[in-house]
Design a protein around this ligand. Structure first.
Ligand SMILES: N[C@@H](CCC(=O)N[C@@H](CS)C(=O)NCC(=O)O)C(=O)O
Length: 312
């Protein structure tokens, strides 16, 4: 099997979700440190437009979105699975709520005025200004990430109290062992409480604090850093593994080989254009040819993405 290559950066919460899962599974993998803000030339070479973090690469196959990445890692390394086959509707719905709504709440809480000075993303005025300008462009046309702090704090505290109650009775949200909800929830809590100024807010939540320590103890597995250029070279020297499959879905008139655009439905409206290779119930895959990376297959989950036929 080809190596896993995680394109990520240290401060990224969704990367932390994947790193924590890689730690839980005790995996060795390659990691590419991508820039926190645009431009991200090597990442764009691989994804063809999608710019969110993280992205996973296996040879010439590129996987977008942490939900798809976690499912893939878990299916490749199935020991101690974090998915319960008989609860996929529940786990899918709950983890989506955490990765969208709770994440939006966590952004407002993590970036509240009293916390900004201690945030690693706001280390100096020039970095902070560049970060804010980049994220304004990133979320252009979307309201999915904006929430007033007063609204966010009340929602955040409500969920932290619920977690405290639940984690007083079991080691993990999943019970005796973690499931995907632990990893999704952990990245939001990590995002907020890694800031020294906000860490003291955890004092009223001892069970939550211990659970965070348990999650952190999984570590990040064994990452070996490679450059973005090397990752592009790996894509070029491999052949895509994705197999063509287009399932007829009511209301969607797509055929194998159609030129399509795929992009998120919430924020980060940067589309990836290519030839449709897979449109199944769970996944969309487009094949594209890049001057540097050669032929790559870019994978997206159905949940949270839209696909549109491109007609010239
Ligand atoms: N649904 C996506 C969300 C990813 C996301 O919003 N990532 C943030 C960083 S944690 C991001 O892309 N920020 C802009 C950037 O990194 O350029 C996923 O699960 O991977």
């Amino acid at each position: 099997m080809n190596d896993l290559i995680l394109h990520q950066y240290a401060a990224s919460p969704f990367s932390e979700k994947v790193r924590c899962l890689l730690g839980y599974k005790q995996l060795s993998y390659h990691a590419v440190d991508i820039p926190v803000i645009m431009p991200k030339p090597n990442l764009m070479t691989l994804t063809g437009g999608y710019r969110k973090t993280p992205v996973l690469q296996i040879g010439a196959d590129i996987y977008c979105d942490s939900a798809l990445i976690c499912r893939l890692i878990d299916s490749l390394y199935a020991k101690n699975s974090v998915y319960v086959p008989s609860q996929m509707a529940t786990l899918g719905a709950a983890s989506h709520w955490i990765d969208t709504f709770l994440f939006k709440v966590s952004v407002a809480v993590a970036f509240q005025p009293k916390a900004l000075a201690s945030s690693d993303l706001f280390s100096d005025p020039a970095t902070a200004e560049a970060f804010m300008a980049d994220r304004a462009d990133f979320s252009k046309g979307s309201t999915a990430l904006g929430l007033d702090l007063s609204v966010a704090l009340a929602h955040w505290l409500m969920h932290m109290q619920r977690l405290e109650d639940q984690l007083s009775a079991a080691n993990f949200i999943g019970g005796a062992n973690p499931n995907i909800l632990d990893f999704s929830t952990y990245h939001c809590c990590w995002f907020v409480y890694k800031n020294e100024v906000l860490k003291s807010d955890l004092q009223g939540f001892p069970a939550l604090t211990q659970w965070m320590e348990r999650m952190a103890a999984f570590g990040h597995g064994n990452p070996a850093t490679i450059t973005g250029d090397t990752a592009v070279e790996i894509a070029r020297s491999n052949v895509c593994a994705a197999e063509a499959k287009v399932t007829a879905i009511a209301g969607e008139e797509l055929s194998l080989g159609d030129t399509v655009e795929v992009m998120p439905i919430d924020y980060g409206f940067q589309p990836t254009q290519g030839e449709l290779l897979v449109a199944s119930i769970e996944e969309l895959v487009v094949k594209r040819v890049d001057p540097r990376a050669g032929e790559v297959a870019v994978h997206f989950p159905r949940l949270g993405f839209q696909v549109k036929k491109v007609t010239e």
